[in-house]
Design a protein around this ligand. Structure first.
Ligand SMILES: [Zn+2]
Length: 359
């Protein structure tokens, strides 16, 4: 299948993350995307360079104010002298508009550069450096490109997005994500197929961004299989099975949290559950938020899924027989993530019935 990609991802070097106030090395590194690219190209996937778009293409999913911030934050930070005093070389927030601070009022967008960082970011782990905006745009453009390939008749296409996107909401970013690539693909695919689509997230962590963006929207069903936030995992505050959508989107969201250490059996049962749920709703297109960080050995999750588990998950999702856009999310064990993505995509092609003849 074709894959879309932008080498602008390398411009984004987050320089680690600030966790509990300490700068740690982080795991969302440029080497991730290059490793995946090498593996899928070796397996026969066809590269398609992402093409630049007007910024307006992102407004289906994100507020203009968030885009303005992401575009200008690094330069504002540098111009404000924060790189010299106190000597912070990335944009890092220090104060947040917590609901209990606001007492029901809307927050102002602060003129202070340091305070503005906390208006748009909801954690301290997701740092902005000089190339972050260009890289995030390249990833979003790859997602749009994959959606357009599918709209043009490809049975499936894979967007090799970095940085990942599924934790980014309409108006805020976090969780190593800046723009919600999968949500952008879903909004585009929904227009192309003229009907509801499903965004199914199999990353090890809850797909809180798409859930928030489409929570009241019945035209994009959202579902996520992930490690139980109640067991101590990001995004901690949401991602529970009681969250089912609201208003016109009531019952258009499904969360299947899993216990740490689940392994293939419960994980594949959960993937089958969300796939069956989407099929039962009569969707006309599918976006898969493919994180491979549920794999055994990944430093960011305890779900213990095998490569064969990913292959079978791909087959289950492909068997829905829908026009399918796969969007890369997490996966941090650089030595194996390429082979995990290959397994998932080969499984998907098998499920769709488009796998190349092995003879
Ligand atoms: Zn993840």
């Amino acid at each position: 299948m074709p894959f879309t990609w932008s080498d602008r991802h390398r411009l984004h070097d987050p320089g680690g993350e600030v966790w509990v106030g300490v700068r740690t090395p982080g795991t969302e590194l440029p080497a991730r995307a290059d490793a995946i690219r090498d593996a899928i190209a070796a397996a026969g996937a066809r590269p398609v360079e992402a093409v630049a778009r007007e910024r307006e293409a992102l407004l289906a999913v994100h507020d203009r104010e968030l885009l303005d911030h992401l575009e200008s934050a690094w330069e504002s930070w540098r111009a404000a002298g924060l790189t010299d005093d106190p000597g912070q070389d990335r944009v890092v927030p220090y104060v947040f508009p917590h609901p209990a601070l606001l007492g029901g009022l809307d927050p102002a967008i602060p003129p202070s550069t340091a305070a503005r960082a906390g208006y748009f970011a909801y954690d301290t782990m997701t740092l902005i450096g000089p190339g972050t905006w260009e890289a995030a745009r390249g990833a979003a453009e790859a997602a749009l490109g994959a959606a357009e390939l599918v709209a043009g008749g490809e049975p499936a296409a894979y967007a090799l997005c970095r940085p990942p996107g599924h934790h980014a909401t309409r108006s805020a970013f976090g969780g190593s994500c800046y723009l919600n690539n999968a949500a952008i693909a879903a909004a585009s695919l929904r227009e192309a197929v003229e009907g509801p689509v499903a965004l199914l997230d199999v990353d090890a962590h809850h797909g809180n961004g798409a859930q928030a963006i489409f929570y009241e929207d019945p035209a994009v069903l959202t579902a996520s299989v992930h490690v139980d936030p109640g067991a101590g995992w990001f995004p901690h505050f949401i991602g529970f099975s009681s969250e089912r959508g609201a208003g016109p989107g009531q019952d258009a969201n499904l969360n299947v949290p899993l216990e740490p250490g689940s392994g293939d059996g419960p994980w594949l049962a959960a993937v089958g559950e969300i796939a069956g749920w989407a099929a039962g709703a009569g969707v006309r297109g599918l976006v898969v938020a493919l994180g491979v960080d549920a794999a055994a050995g990944d430093p960011e999750s305890p779900l213990e899924v095998s490569a064969e588990g990913y292959r079978e998950a791909g087959r289950l999702l492909g068997a829905l027989g829908l026009p399918t856009v796969v969007v890369q999310e997490g996966g941090y064990d650089v030595g194996v993530i390429g082979s995990l993505v290959v397994a998932a995509l080969e499984g998907l092609e098998r499920g769709l019935g488009t796998a190349p003849d092995p003879g």
